[in-house]
Design a protein around this ligand. Structure first.
Ligand SMILES: [Zn+2]
Ligand SMILES: [Zn+2]
Ligand SMILES: [Zn+2]
Length: 128
């Protein structure tokens, strides 16, 4: 009779910062809570923050490259950050996007860069 013994040792570490949200000033309206471009009316509610002037973003966030942190592309809500002006950051080494060189823009279409999804950075290639 043979007996197999195997040690099952697993170290599972959970990132505490995961899912944590913080409240910041809405970039789209600058915290005023009103439509900054007066598309409907200067008195209409900001579509990004719902008139609160504050938005929730992940605790780990950075400035949106595509809209330069303004939350707006011309008079439209930025599709990358949905108007908040901030994008979630991935923990770990990052590098400037080789496609748009960190601008977050697609040179041909003026839309968000496909490679970095408008964020301007990509996770650094890991060597294992
Ligand atoms: Zn707003
Ligand atoms: Zn943006
Ligand atoms: Zn890019």
């Amino acid at each position: 009779m043979t007996q197999f013994q195997h040690a099952t040792e697993k170290t599972v570490q959970k990132r505490r910062s995961e899912g944590e949200m913080v409240e910041v000033t809405c970039s789209f309206c600058g915290g005023r809570g009103k439509d900054p471009f007066g598309i409907m009316s200067w008195l209409s509610t900001c579509c990004v923050c719902g008139g609160r002037g504050r938005v929730q973003v992940p605790a780990l966030h950075g400035r949106c490259a595509h809209c330069r942190g303004t939350g707006a592309i011309k008079t439209f809500t930025c599709t990358v950050c949905r108007g908040t002006g901030h994008v979630p950051l991935i923990p770990g080494p990052l590098q400037a996007c080789p496609e748009c060189r960190g601008t977050g823009d697609d040179a041909a279409s003026a839309l968000a860069c496909m490679t970095c999804r408008g964020r301007g950075w990509v996770p650094q290639a890991s060597h294992r």
